[in-house]
Write a protein that binds this ligand. Sequence first.
Ligand code: GDP
Ligand code: IMO
Ligand code: MG
Length: 427
Amino acid sequence: MPAAVLVGAQWGDEGKGKATDLLGGDVDYVVRYQGGNNAGHTVVIGDQKYALHLLPTGILSPHVIPVIGNGVVIDPGVLLEEIDTLAARGISAERLLISADAHLIMPHHKAIDKVTERFLGQNKIGTTGRGIGPAYGDKVYRIGVRVQDLLDPGILAKKIEAALVEKNQVLTKIYNRRGIESEKVLEEYLAYAERLKPYIADTSLVLSQALDEGKFVLLEGGQGTLLDLDHGTYPFVTSSSPTSGGACAGSGIPPNRLTKIIGILKAYTTRVGSGPFPTELTDEMGDWLRTTGGEYGVTTGRNRRCGWFDAVIARYATRINGITDFFLTKLDVLSGLEKIPVCVAYDVDGVRHDEIPMTQTDFHHAKPIYEEFPGWQEDISGAKSLDDLPPNARAYVRTLEEMSGAPISAIGVGPGRDQTLVVRPLV
Ligand code: GDP
Ligand code: IMO
Ligand code: MG
């Protein structure tokens, strides 16, 4: 049986949580394959709202087995807190599987994330401060602590000590911060180990066997295409690969098992943190989109930067990910506008670019070239099918589809599980 990937097509916060939840009815496993608790995925079921950071959205569907893949970086304290918070709301995490190969976020990662950002001043990335970049950095340096190390206290102690010998020098000598005591960290992480042991598994083996048995696996990305370490707006990116290629590396599922790549695309654009954003609106219109769309960070509470839909980026996401279907979210937010501008290309120092410029310098200079489309005044949040949408809303969707290069197979008209128009089955 096949595996499908769900990937953010812009700068994150496209509505991946809602889309994954919606597909939860049809799948057996939901796997997070990269990122960590920098992600904030919101799911609204009836009058209940859930904000998930590390747990795969599949946790909310009782028949789904949620899996945290090897490509994720895990802050164990945050994970346990999330498990406990859900348990208090009657949702069990008993089925959860955590890859033994996933890396752990350690206290020094969080400390270094914060101080390096402060050090960068004006040039800061605007990270979530959760230790994501430093944890992936140690993974690449081959000095990371993995989930499986929790099963061997001797190894865990050695790795923590070895890491802190160097990191404490960095913290105290370069950044003038207090050092971190390795004994305390060991004690803290041994306590986490006790609680996390039952969930630790060889998840790539489990998933391979599940696929052989005909089960359906959904791979849920965090962040989005333009935040990808390789394909995003480097250095204003996260430190992992949210794009579909990363789904294989971060789960151990080989590329020839993937059959669908579903891109989640917001009907306008948002971004949190620093970096280029050609269609950003810094005027009242941007404030209107933020207020109307509720564009405030789920993880950090920061205001999201808001702007018009950028078709250049959507086309790029189709190309980089091999998107087979789009799930267009938040169309309802645009109701009430007279005209809706869509960025169709960029002007870079007088030259038209139909694709993202090759260099970041040019991308920083990119000015959007807009085409305007007529808006609609009706509230569409109660629409049940494409036919319920006003003609101008349908035309807007058709336009985005043509410009983005893949069919729009589902449309979100509100945050609720049932506020989705399914044009054709996604999986
Ligand atoms: P994610 O990080 O991609 O999962 O997205 P977030 O949860 O951070 O942000 C998306 C926000 O939009 C959440 O508050 C969702 O509840 C909300 N949302 C998702 N789809 C829709 C939609 O179609 N319409 C509206 N109005 N809100 C939506
Ligand atoms: P979801 O999964 C939006 C952004 C941060 C910052 C950059 C690097 O909810 O879509 P990091 O802490 O990852 O090193 O920060 O990436 N960022 C996100 N922006 N949604 C997210 O996740 C994000 N995760 C990280 O704001 O600009
Ligand atoms: Mg989010």
